[in-house]
Design a protein around this ligand. Sequence first.
Ligand code: PLP
Length: 394
Amino acid sequence: TTQLSERINSMQTSQTLAMAAKARELRAEGKDIIGLSLGEPDFNTPDFVKDAAKQAIDDNYNGYTPVDGYVELKDAVITKFKRDNTLTYNRNQIVVSTGAKQSLANVAMVLLDKGDEVILPCPYWVSYAEIVKLGEGVPVEVATSIETDFKMTAEQLRAAITPKTKMIWFSSPCNPSGMLYSKEELRALADVLVDYPNIIVVSDEIYEHINFVGEHFSMAQFEDMYDRTVVVNGVSKAFAMTGWRIGYIGAPEYIARACNKMQGQITSGANCIAQRAVITALEAPVSNIQFMIDEFKKRRQLILGLLNNIEGFETTEPQGAFYVFPNVSSFFGETLRGHKIENATDFSMFLLEEALVATVTGDAFGNPDCIRISYAASQDQIKEALQRIKDVVS
Ligand code: PLP
């Protein structure tokens, strides 16, 4: 390891992936683990999308694609932004990437200089802080609590801004809390930013369609924020296409051009077959995927009901995505079945070892009091998992 760079040595392993690996290991030992740790829909990719991919293979889509994506895909993205978000972009403002994760990495690479600060309202998606650090930026965590539904307030934002603040990154619906910023809440944040015209907002909207309250609003929809907001989206969650690896941004043109340049030296265009399939996915009416959202909503009710039935878990009602993020700090200081529980990481490990249920510690998301439980699992699995959890904590 002495030959490895400072960059990789200081990077943390993705804790969601680490938990999944640990669960696989225990499964290989013959243990019956229920996995509620991954951020991955348990549905199959819809048939109409799979058919488009098969057709693309037969039509010999096999060469390098334009770095920023096929024109037809960029046009489908433009149409989607217009249809779903009333956002207008031209082709030079769209960059298709190998997943929203790469979109975020591009943005970090092209906007950050050493020491630039990026405000991350906690809890935030695991990779944000590490991607920012990779761009030599400094993550600035803003702690939020269950009292404000895990959302950053205007006052908190103002207090976190320094002369070095370059960006704010957040997801809405939020992974892991499931909370949604309303138009009014976003306006309150935007009103602070009016005083700081150089700060750029990265609005990660990958869970846009997995919304149970029906009022998705994007920061870019405010006229005065459009020119300084990068909207990140993708098909992984809404279309159950995590492994296909397609994400995209709608951004101010100079940022999109820079991302295109960056990507051109690192990965080039995203996979050609996946891109063709995504054209079909994005052009389809959202009603085609409504069945998944309806099912997630049922599971949300199920898991909330079961969790609220176990003493010690404090919950909020998530408005989107497919996670619950209960506060479990009431267990800290206790010894359960011989395990001393000092923090959320201990608790999550305890659940894995004793209940054989995989969750993720809130520490991974910048919140040490909570754990994230994914309900992208069948209702039977959810029931069984929550029964096991109840048994081991009671
Ligand atoms: N942003 C958030 C908030 C996510 O939860 C995820 C996936 O877990 C991503 C981005 C990455 O998505 P993709 O599969 O498109 O890289």
